[in-house]
Design a protein around this ligand. Structure first.
Ligand SMILES: Cc1ncc(COP(=O)(O)O)c(C=O)c1O
Length: 345
């Protein structure tokens, strides 16, 4: 198959089984980091743009404006570049610097929100306001507003079709990160339409307010809704059977564990979802097939989640989590040395 457009490379991502030390259950990871922009958000970004064109809200010569912590911005930048739209991303210091560099490389114009925020505080409200104002001021501009845009959850319908094809419909549980709620709500809705007995679990960072818990700062990037922000209209509580929270340490240790022990480099939010999926399997004895998306890759967090120094400075490591993961995920490592390795100079 020879593709003609970069947006045609979006989707058709592979599924990888992660071994689990429990009977009659499998944990399947949908490798969404394999999309051209490196995240599942490519799908919804493309869908938001195409829907706006169809609706006539986005016309030739138009400008796309969006507040994005990175992955949606990267997806929009790709689609905008391909179709010839101008794209302005409203960002803040909380975004991973590597994601911003990718957006810039793809031709996006970045506008940073002003204000004095602590490092682990997200300036989402300010970003939303700035994006809405810019879209009003620039002729032919539209604010995509992913948190309230129905084309966000609708953008994941193709992902669900793929999963049903890849598993022959053998899916029992969905565990997913919840930020805008678009991916989880969209997937859960499309899955339940095909198989109503599927149970969905939404995972947000501890400190995020989507599932009614108190808000405080957290380090997981791209996921959750921080204190002070409004929960997006695309969060569909009717199709999310249970909301749960995961700490930064559990999320990041899981991402590091997967990288070092299996060779799969995932981002921190995926680490959190995989941790909760493993916890559900082992503590609530889930049986059948559990599906979890690899929302993005660890390549985007080399200076944070994968920096020993960054983690130590923020006290975000815990060997007990690693120990738990070793018990939950049986690993083979057939060629590993049994005696300790001598250090190289
Ligand atoms: C890395 C990462 N994880 C999780 C999410 C949350 O996804 P959603 O906004 O669909 O809830 C996002 C959204 O930007 C993300 O970039």
């Amino acid at each position: 198959m020879i593709y003609q457009k970069v947006t045609d490379l979006m989707g058709n991502t592979p599924v990888l089984a992660l071994p689990v030390a429990a009977p009659e259950v499998r944990l399947l990871l949908k490798i969404e980091k394999n999309n051209p922009g490196g995240s599942m958000k490519d799908r919804m970004a493309r869908n938001m743009v195409l829907t706006a064109i169809e609706d006539g809200r986005l016309q030739p010569g138009g400008t796309i404006v969006e507040s994005s912590s990175g992955n949606t911005g990267i997806g929009l930048a790709i689609t905008a570049a391909e179709l010839g739209f101008r794209f302005i991303a409203i960002v803040d210091h909380h975004a991973a610097p590597d994601k911003l560099a990718v957006m810039r490389a793809l031709g996006a114009e970045l506008q940073f929100v002003e204000g004095d925020y602590a490092e682990d505080e997200v300036a989402v409200v300010e970003r939303q306001n700035t994006a809405a104002r810019l879209a009003r001021e620039i002729p032919g501009a539209i604010f995509m507003n992913q948190s309230d845009n129905p084309a966000n959850p609708a953008g994941y319908e193709g992902l669900v079709d793929e999963l049903f094809d890849q598993t022959g419909g053998e899916i029992d549980y969905l565990v997913g990160c919840t930020g805008t709620g678009g991916s989880l709500s969209g997937m859960a809705r499309a899955m339940k339409a095909r198989k109503p007995q599927i149970t969905s679990y939404g995972v947000e960072p501890k400190g995020s307010i989507i599932f009614g818990q108190p808000g405080y700062p957290y380090y997981q990037s791209g996921t959750g809704t921080p204190k002070g922000d409004e929960i997006g209209k695309v969060v569909d509580y009717d199709v999310i059977d249970e909301g749960m929270q995961v700490g930064d340490t559990e999320a990041f240790e899981t991402a590091r564990f997967l990288a070092r022990e299996t060779g799969l480099l995932v981002g921190g939010s995926t680490g959190g979802a995989v941790y909760k999926a493993l916890e559900l399997i082992h503590e609530r004895n889930l049986r059948g097939t559990v599906v979890c998306c690899v929302a993005d890759g660890g390549e985007k967090y080399l200076h944070t989640v994968f920096s020993e120094e960054w983690l130590q400075e923020r006290d975000l490591t815990d060997p007990a989590v690693w120990h738990r993961l070793r018990q939950w995920v049986p690993l083979d490592h057939p060629y590993a040395r049994t005696e300790p390795m001598e250090k190289i100079a």
